[in-house]
Write a protein that binds this ligand. Sequence first.
Ligand code: PMV
Length: 318
Amino acid sequence: MQASALAHPNIALVKYWGKRNAAKNLPAVGSLSVTLDTLHTRMTVEFRADGEDSLVVNGAEAPGMMDRVARCLDQVVGLGRLPAAVTSEGNFPIGAGLASSASAFAALVIAANTAADCGHDRLALARLAGAASGSAARSLYGGLVELDACGEQIDLVQIAGANDWPLRVVVAITDDKAKPVGSGEGMIRSAKTSPFYMSWCVRQEEDLAAAREAVASRNFALLGEVAERNCLKMHSVMWSSRPPLVYWNTATIACMETVHALRADGHAVFFTIDAGPQVKVVCLPESVPMVVEVIKETPGVQTTIVTGIGDGARVVAS
Ligand code: PMV
C-alpha cells in the first residue's frame, strides 16, 4: 500500500491560461510544453488502515495544501479510500512560476495509482492530474507534449520524445518567493475582466498549429517566434485583467532584453515566462555556456538552473 513516483515540471511554449469549466478544471485553450529533466518532485504515498491524511513537503507539515492533495487522491482511488500519508520532496522553489504543482500532481497520481493498485492508464492519470492542476497533465509525458482542450475531456499526445530534439532550458531565477496570486485565481480574474481574453482563446489554434509545424520540422527559429509571441499575449491578458496580474519584476524584463540582444547577434535563443518572475531561456546544447554566462550577468538574476528535456512521470523505488 505504498509507492513512490518522480515527475518533472514542464513549461509551456504555447500556454494554457483560462478555464472552460472551472468545476472540472478544463482548460479553455490547448497548450504545448516541454518536460524539464533537472528539476523534479518525488512523492511517496502510503495508505494506512487508521489515522488521518497527512502531508509533509520538504520535511515540514503542510496542512494548507492537504485539501487539494486529498481531493486528488479521492479522484484516483475513490471516496472510500484509506487515509494517506503523503511525503513530497522537490529540488526547486514551490509556487514561484516553476511549475511545482505540475510535477507534484503528476507524481502524486502515479504514486497513488500504484500504492492502491487502481490500474488507471497514463491518459486517465493525466486527466486526473489535470483536474488538480491543468499543467500537471502534461508532466505525465516526456519530451514535447501537446494538450488538446477541444473535447469533453482533455487529450494529450507526445509530439517529440525526450531525445528527439536536444533543446536546453536555462532558467533564470529572479525571485524565488511564492507568487502573490495563484494561477487558478488569476485565470478566473482574466476571463472575467480582461478585454483581450476572448481573442486570446480564439487565436490560440493559430499558435498551436505553428508550434506543431516548428516541432515537426525541428525549426528552432519558428518555435521561438511562436513561443515568445504566445507568452507575451498571455501576459497581455494578465496585465489587462482588473486588478492587473503583473508577475514580472525588473530583472524579468532585463532578461528579455538580454535574449533579444543575443538573437540580434545571431544566436538561436528565445524566452518564455509563466505566472512568476523567472525567465526560461530556450537554446541548443552548444549555446548553454554562453547563455548561462550572459544571463548570470543580467542585473537582478539570482541564479540559473540548466535543464534538458525530461521523461514522463514514473514509479521509483520507495
Ligand atoms: O496548471 P496551473 O494551474 O498551475 O497553470 C499553469 C499556467 C501557466 O504556467 C502560466 C501556463 C502553462 O501552460 O503552464
